[in-house]
Design a protein around this ligand. Structure first.
Ligand code: AGP
Length: 614
């Protein structure tokens, strides 16, 4: 995720504060950074690929140390490789304005064509640069900065948090806006401030405003005014933040895991939206290795992964086989590497890993590559070993995942599998343009459904159900089809942060032995959503209830909820995307169970975030 900061001061220099703010945002992950400082009549920009220390070398001459206004950025590349030219801030070339952006401009190509036709000169590969030329064009027409930003954003589709600075009558003006990614602002008598995270502002003030979607904010020393995109005044509460830095890095949530669960709608947008080619009903992965010829030659795909990542790969199996018609094998990496696998020719190995450093996954991937399989990967960390050893990579844009129990990375991995299945299906002619459009439209619509699900109402509902079973000696999690791996994932989440025994099982397998374990009142979580196996899962619920099990149904199948003792409803969606919604209550269930048991949520005992040893 990118990070943005901005400050305009009455008298004091702001450069040091901006760099400090960018340092506080480093946890978001980045590959380049930069600042634009307003000193005298022109904007001065310093930007560099690499770490903040590289940028500080560019600033060591002190030329900008006295500037009273500036904006800064840490970039996580989505459009355009990490490079000095693609690093933010960007300008329109007039020397009077600069802009930083976190998010994605979905219609940037058409805007770029229009602006280029009008004479705009583009100097980067980024989507962001279209914003600078839109705003610069309005400024050139004599409009004030806030009005220029407002008119420009009306042309934009996408999601973004931006800060724009421009000289007006020799004075630096700072305007920011939000539609999606978080943005926090503040104003004291001395300084006006903005940042992606409250952390970046705490050096100056603890009284902040959390900007809402659709807000445009004008900031100056002693001045903070908000309007909507139609120019109507908006009022937002000023909140006093008494978090310490550790707390603030959790964005106000008590634990990284809870913050990361709430980030999942944004993760969907960041991982999927700029790869969707809606007109073509297809997917465009940056980087080589996903062209039609290569994908048509594939006969089988061998997934290797561990833990949660393998659960995502198992869902990927259902997606790829059903949407693309390509056979998929899934193995725990630790098993694959020692079982002397017999591998089909013309196959690829797909390594799935959040960290990109898991020893078993790396070893399995290397073994498959030695046997002639093309190495592909789905990974969350650019520059990790898995990424460096892959011929083709689908990067997930979940941002750094701090909680040891994986949540948003899992959701991102499933999304990556879904996008890959569509690309594969379109490349092989299994999916028509129309079918591709429908599948991608479903995915785009899912963001709002995820947002609608991850609310206080769901949290309260799940917390209440979890509270009923704090004394339970063990749990079953049951699912079928594409939701069978979700049952495994729900059980793993509960085990790893609550230290309570939980078993994920194929619902149809219960009668072949495990059903003997069911005692009256034993909690059985059953995941069920409308689809080809919904009625079979309802029968499984009946079988469990007949033996006194306490059924907690999770999903969008109303008939299951009526049979169950507790129901946690999620919005309906396509069968193939239902895991992305059904997993959320299970993540929250594990979280609240662990919380009630006083467990360490973010650093569970015995666990490491990345298992880099055998
Ligand atoms: C998930 O909650 C666990 N922390 C663990 O199973 C993890 O998914 C596994 O170790 C794989 O890690 P990776 O995705 O970084 O390769």
């Amino acid at each position: 995720m990118c990070g943005i900061v901005g400050a305009v001061s009455r008298s004091g220099a702001v450069l040091e504060g901006l760099i400090d703010g960018l340092r506080k945002l480093e946890y978001r992950g980045y590959d380049s950074c930069g600042v634009a400082m307003f000193e005298g009549e022109a904007v001065q920009i310093r930007r560099k690929v690499g770490r903040l220390s590289e940028l500080e070398k560019l600033l060591a001459d002190g030329a900008l140390a006295g500037a009273r206004a500036g904006i800064g950025h840490t970039r996580w590349a989505t459009h355009g490789k990490p490079s000095d030219e693609n690093a933010h801030p960007h300008t329109d070339g007039s020397g009077r304005m600069a802009l930083v952006h976190n998010g994605i401009i979905e219609n940037y190509l058409e805007l770029r064509e229009e602006l280029s036709a009008g004479g705009a000169v583009f100097r980067s590969e980024t989507d962001t640069e279209v914003l600078t030329h839109l705003v610069g064009r309005e400024l050139a027409r004599g409009r004030g900065l806030a009005e220029a930003v407002r008119l420009s954003l009306k042309r934009v589709q996408g999601y973004y948090a931006i800060a724009v600075m421009a000289l007006e009558n020799g004075q630096p003006r700072l305007v920011c806006a939000r539609q999606g990614p978080p943005l926090v602002v503040a104003a004291t008598n001395e300084i006006g401030l903005c940042g992606s995270d409250v952390l970046a502002l705490l050096k100056y003030t603890r009284d902040v405003v959390f900007v809402e979607d659709g807000d445009i904010v004008e900031l100056a020393p002693g001045r903070l005014s908000i309007t909507d995109f139609d120019g109507r005044p908006v009022t937002r509460a000023v909140r006093h933040v008494d978090w310490d830095e550790e707390a603030a890095s959790k964005g106000g949530y008590p634990h990284h895991m809870l913050k990361e669960i709430h980030e999942q709608p944004d993760v969907l947008a960041r991982t999927a939206f700029d790869r969707i080619l809606q007109v073509e009903g297809d997917v465009d992965f940056e980087g080589p290795g996903f062209d039609d010829a290569r994908l048509c030659a594939l006969e089988r795909i061998q997934v290797v992964a561990c833990g949660t990542a393998l659960h995502a790969g198992m869902i990927g199996k259902y997606l790829i086989e059903n949407l693309a018609g390509v056979a998929v094998d899934c193995d725990y990496a630790s098993e694959f590497r020692y079982r002397e696998p017999v591998l089909a020719p013309r196959s690829a190995v797909l390594a799935i890993s959040q960290s990109g450093e898991t020893a078993d996954t790396l070893a399995a991937m290397r073994l498959a590559r030695e046997r002639g399989l093309a190495p592909l990967s789905i990974c969350n960390v650019q520059g990790s070993t898995v990424v460096r050893e892959s011929e083709a990579v689908i990067l997930t844009h979940a941002g750094p995942e701090i909680g040891v129990a994986s949540t948003k990375a899992f959701v991102a991995q499933v999304i990556a599998c879904y996008l890959f299945a569509v690309r594969l299906g379109r490349a092989r002619g299994k999916l028509s343009v129309e079918q591709g459009r429908e599948l991608l439209d479903e995915l785009r619509r899912l963001r709002a459904r995820l947002e609608g699900l991850i609310t206080e109402k769901t949290v309260d509902q799940v917390r209440a159900v979890a509270a009923k079973h704090l004394k339970a000696k063990g749990f079953f999690f049951l699912g079928r089809g594409v939701n069978f791996p979700v049952a495994l994932e729900g059980a793993l989440k509960l085990k790893e942060i609550s230290y309570v025994h939980a078993e994920g099982y194929a619902a149809g397998e219960m009668k072949h032995g495990p059903i003997a374990l069911i005692e009256p009142g034993m909690p059985i979580v059953v995941i069920n959503s409308p689809g080809r196996v919904a009625d079979k899962v309802r029968s499984n619920i009946e079988q469990v209830k007949a033996r006194g099990g306490h059924v907690i149904s999770v999903g969008a199948d109303e008939a299951s909820h009526k049979l169950a003792d507790d129901a946690i409803r999620v919005p309906a969606c396509s069968e193939w995307l239902s895991p992305l919604l059904n997993v959320v209550p299970l993540q929250l269930f594990a979280y609240h169970h662990a919380l009630a048991r006083g467990c360490d949520i973010d650093k569970p005992r015995n666990l490491a975030k990345s298992v880099t040893v055998e």
